[in-house]
Structure formats: structure tokens, C-alpha cells
Design a protein around this ligand. Structure first.
Ligand code: PLP
Length: 425
């Protein structure tokens, strides 16, 4: 007689992972420990909540749900429909948007759908250049966006290092783009959405805001929203917004059908319903006063961090930040971005080298670093902690011979031990 198998647990069951695959279980724990052991200053990362992680680890992962709530290509979708409908309503309410789509698998997928909805191959788009802070999906040659579309790029003003709006207008008039994209991955300042709207109206272009980096600050009402101005706003859900890894878009009602069709079936197959449910959870969390306080603290922390770093000889691109991130030019202290990333990394301070506008170094070396405060703020750090974080960064960055690495790492360990990212038991 064969034994009937035990009924499996319906949700996250770490013991099952340890039994089935100790090798991967060890990796999962090691990554948790890596997060807890260091200072995570990558501007595009955050620590998502146990509630979001629970939705992500649920049986909603099993369901095929091609289509949209009430209009699916598969049976049995009545339950997952609820999760997606709740999420869509939360997104519309939180952002004051007429339409929302929670299905894009990632920020890049959401952007691909926008191109699919509004452009045909060969059409002209105008976007921020990658070396000035844009994104690969904004027309870089190595991306679908640069291969299949005719991308023209604006950059930052040489003096202010902020977006050169005169150049945007001039290029828009000259090239008459189908779509103008604003947003990027290394823009420390607020974007003038009204100015972009005016330029788009003048040349008849779609206004596409890629809010991947800063949408969490918008959700938390800490900075102005692009939603009233833009035709479509795409974003990732895993950066400041603190949700699961994924993408989302909100738009004007007039573009709803075109965008939904571009997400599915043009660019994607079945939605990741566990991720859609987790996005709904994150949107609920982001609508709370606690999250709004968090968003404001993220900015205060970034400003405190920049003030300390610039006092130590690093130069802040644009002179500072209005957001969660800052770009520091290290030429004044004679260190490259790559050296800084390696030296801080050795001391468990995780940040990334980053090109600065008009960088004389190639991207793999870079003259700058990018730092962001979403993660450290989630773990409860404040301006006083930023003072210490800055001093640890500076000691590591200036430590050419590595003689300080162990001492800095020990101080990092002490600092984060009091405010761990995740519980270990
Ligand atoms: C992070 C980011 C994306 C891409 O997100 P993925 O989820 O990594 O695909 C797109 N645009 C901008 C501006 C980003 O910063």
C-alpha cells in the first residue's frame, strides 16, 4: 500500500524549501543575512514587507489569467479577478488616475507596452540620454527601444546639471517626435511636468513619464505627481514604492484600451497573479499616513547624506537632491566610481558607480557614485544615522590601501545591528 502524500502547506513554507532544496534554501538565507549585515544604498532597491512577501509566495502563482478581470481566456479566474480589481481601484485612488494596469512584469515591460501602444517601428521618440540620467528603455542602442525606434536625446544643462528644457523644446520642434519621455534612473531633482506637457502639446506628442524611480515619493505625497499632466505614467513597484519586483502603468482613460492591448497580448502572456496581488498589498500600504511619513523621511535622509558627503569633498551633481537619490562626483578627491564602489563594497556598504553628466570616464569606470535612501529609511534610520553613514562612506572611499576596511565594516555591522532589515528568527 502506498502512503497518501501529506497535504502541502498553501503558503510560504520555508521548512519545505529546506527539505526539498537545501542548496537554494541556503542561498535564500544567505541573501537575507547579506541584507542585514550591510548598508544598502542602491537607490533603486528597498525592503518589501512580510505582507507583500506572503502574497508573492502564494498559490496565486498557479493561475493562468490571460486577459483582464471579467474578460479572461481561462476558466476559474473569479478569485484572482478580485485581487486584480482591488489593485486597479487602489492604484486609481492613490494616484488620482483614470486607468491602471498592474500586469507589466517589470518596468522595462511596462515601457515596452507604451511603445507598442503609441508607436510603430521607425517612429521618432525624444527622451533623456542614458549618460545624463535616462534609462536603457529610453532609446539606448542596445535596447529594443533604440533598435526599433528612432530615438533623439536631450540632456542636462552644462551649468545647472538639471534637465535642459530649452533643448527639449528645440529638439521637439526639429524632430516632431511621436512621444516624449521624461524620467530616468539618476535624476536627483524634481521634473517640471508642466513644461513637458506644454512642449508635448506644441508638437502633438504623447507625454510618457517613466516614474520608476520616484513614484513612491509621489504615492507618499512627498513630491508633485506627474499623473495630471501625462498621457501615461509607467513605474516599477519595487523601488521607493516598496512593493514586489514588477511594473505598473496608469493613464488617461482615452488610452486605456490601447495600453491594455499593448501589455497583453502584444508584449506579454499570462499575468503573474501572485505579483499582481502583492502589488495590491503594496498600494494599500502606500496609502497610509505611515508611508507618507516614510516618503518624507527618505528625502530628508537623502538631503542629510548629501550635505555630509559634500562637506567631505564629494561634489553633488546639481548641488543636492529633492528626491531619494544623489549623484556624487568624485573627481575632486581623485577616486573613480569603480574604485569607490569596490572600496565601499569591501566594507559592506553597497552602492553603485555611476556616470556623471559629460563624464570623461567610460561607464564601467565612471567618475561618480549614486546613493539612495529608500532601504536605510525602511529600516528606521534618520538624519543622525545619515551623518554616521556618510562618514563611513567617506572613510571607505578614501581608503586606497584597504587598511580601514575591517574597521569600517565593524562600524557598519554595529550600526545595522540595531536596525536590522529583516528578523532572523
Ligand atoms: C528601474 C527602471 C526601469 C526598469 O525597471 P525593470 O523592472 O528593471 O525593468 C525603467 N525605467 C527607469 C527610469 C528605471 O529607473
Amino acid at each position: 500500500m502506498t502512503e497518501s502524500p501529506a497535504v502541502p502547506a498553501w503558503g510560504p513554507d520555508f521548512a519545505a524549501l529546506e527539505r526539498t532544496d537545501p542548496e537554494i534554501a541556503r542561498v535564500v538565507l544567505a541573501e537575507r543575512d547579506r541584507l542585514n549585515a550591510g548598508l544598502q544604498l542602491i537607490a533603486s532597491e528597498n525592503f518589501t514587507s512580510p505582507a507583500v512577501l506572503a502574497a508573492l509566495g502564494s498559490t496565486l502563482s498557479n493561475k493562468y489569467a490571460e486577459g483582464y478581470p471579467g474578460r479572461r481566456y481561462y476558466g476559474g479566474c473569479e478569485v484572482v479577478d478580485e485581487a486584480e480589481t482591488i489593485g486597479i481601484e487602489r492604484a486609481k485612488a492613490l494616484f488620482g488616475a483614470e486607468h491602471a494596469n498592474l500586469q507589466p512584469h517589470s518596468g522595462a515591460s511596462a515601457n515596452q507596452a507604451v511603445y507598442g501602444a503609441f508607436c510603430a517601428p521607425g517612429d521618432t521618440v525624444l527622451a533623456m540620454s542614458l549618460p545624463h540620467g535616462g534609462h536603457l528603455t529610453h532609446g539606448a542602442k542596445v535596447s529594443f527601444s533604440g533598435k526599433w525606434f528612432d530615438a533623439v536625446h536631450y540632456g542636462v544643462d552644462a551649468e545647472t546639471e538639471d534637465i535642459d528644457y530649452d533643448q527639449v523644446r528645440d529638439l521637439a520642434r526639429e524632430h516632431r517626435p511621436k512621444m516624449i519621455i521624461c524620467g530616468g534612473s539618476a535624476i536627483p531633482r524634481l521634473i517640471d511636468f508642466a513644461a513637458f506637457r506644454e512642449i508635448c502639446d506644441e508638437v502633438g506628442a504623447i507625454m510618457f513619464v517613466d516614474a520608476a524611480h520616484f513614484i513612491g515619493l509621489v504615492a507618499g505625497k512627498a513630491i508633485p505627481s506627474p499623473v495630471p499632466y501625462a498621457d501615461v505614467v509607467t513605474f516599477t513597484t519595487h523601488k521607493v514604492l516598496r512593493g514586489p519586483r514588477g511594473g505598473m502603468l496608469v493613464s488617461k482613460a482615452e488610452h486605456a484600451a490601447a495600453l491594455d492591448k499593448a501589455v497583453f497580448p502584444m508584449m506579454q502572456g499570462g499575468p503573474l497573479m501572485h505579483a499582481v496581488a502583492a502589488k495590491a498589498v503594496a498600494l494599500k500600504e502606500a496609502a497610509t499616513p505611515e508611508y507618507q511619513q516614510y516618503a518624507r523621511q527618505v528625502i530628508s535622509n537623502a538631503q542629510a547624506l548629501v550635505a555630509e558627503l559634500t562637506a567631505e569633498g564629494m561634489r553633488a551633481v546639481t548641488g543636492g537632491t529633492d528626491t531619494h537619490l544623489a549623484l556624487l562626483d568624485l573627481r575632486g578627491i581623485g577616486v573613480t566610481g569603480a574604485e569607490a564602489e569596490a572600496r565601499t563594497g569591501a566594507a559592506r556598504i553597497v552602492l553603485n558607480k555611476n556616470a556623471i553628466p559629460n563624464d570623461p570616464q567610460p561607464p564601467r569606470v565612471a567618475s561618480g557614485i549614486r546613493v539612495g535612501t529608500p532601504s536605510v529609511t525602511t529600516q528606521g534610520m534618520d538624519e543622525a544615522d545619515m551623518k554616521q553613514v556618510a562618514s563611513l562612506i567617506v572613510r571607505a572611499v578614501k581608503d586606497a590601501d584597504g587598511s580601514q576596511t575591517a574597521a569600517v565594516a565593524a562600524e557598519v555591522a554595529e550600526l545595522v545591528a540595531g536596525k536590522p532589515a529583516y528578523a532572523t528568527s
